[in-house]
Write a protein that binds this ligand. Structure first.
Ligand code: GRF
Length: 199
């Protein structure tokens, strides 16, 4: 039976789409059991529905605090026997309730070569810093912001005449390539965490 994964989103959902496509192309042996968005207007919810995937919006404002919200997500994921949680443009910090329910089983994609430029607007941070190379990182999620053992990275050049938008688009191509690959690696097993290293 293929691995059951969840994808958590907040917006556009292009990384969600890359996972949907990788499963359809048999590059990734997994089933998306559920897509959860903290925003009702997330375009990714429609991508999920178009692909016949269950998609739910959970409004943070309906819960007392972050713990209550994360506990509700845990309930939704457990009810669907989810094995791995993939954050894909999910714009909320993951709290202890969710982390403890899925230890070393939450992945995130970030549009920079971590540990450079964590946080919001990473492509612009890299651009304004003047780096000559940037890229994308898939990492396991820990308590820290954009922290945690790195599973896969891909580098792209920053060209002299780039705009932030051009750089972001070049990074996004790599995001869509490495996220499904990283998910496949994690699901395949045979790895361990050695200090900060994913081996
Ligand atoms: C991506 O750049 C991802 O790296 C970052 O948020 C963006 C989400 O884009 N965490 P999308 O919703 O997957 O299109």
């Amino acid at each position: 039976m293929s691995h059951r994964i969840a994808v958590l989103i907040s917006g556009r959902g292009s990384n969600l789409q890359s996972i949907i496509d990788a499963i359809a192309d048999h590059r990734l042996d997994a089933t998306i059991a559920i897509v959860v968005s903290n925003r009702a207007a997330a375009a990714g919810l429609n991508r999920a529905k178009d692909a016949g995937i269950e998609a739910v919006h959970l409004a943070p404002a309906s819960f007392a605090d972050r713990d209550a919200y994360d506990a509700a997500i845990v309930d939704v994921l457990r009810a669907r026997q989810v094995e791995l949680v993939c954050l894909a443009g999910y714009m909320r910090l993951v709290g202890p309730a969710l982390l403890q329910a899925f230890p070393d089983r939450i992945l995130n994609i970030h549009p920079s070569l971590l540990p450079a430029f964590p946080g919001l607007d990473a492509q612009r941070q890299a651009y304004e810093h003047g780096v000559k190379i940037s890229g994308a990182t898939v990492h396991l999620v820990t308590g820290g912001l954009d922290d945690g053992p790195i599973v896969l990275q891909a580098a792209v050049p920053v060209n002299p005449d780039d705009t932030v938008e051009q750089l972001s688009a070049r990074i996004l191509v790599e995001e869509h390539r490495i996220y499904p690959e990283a998910i496949a690696r994690v699901l395949a097993g045979g790895w361990r965490i050695d200090g900060r290293r994913f081996r």
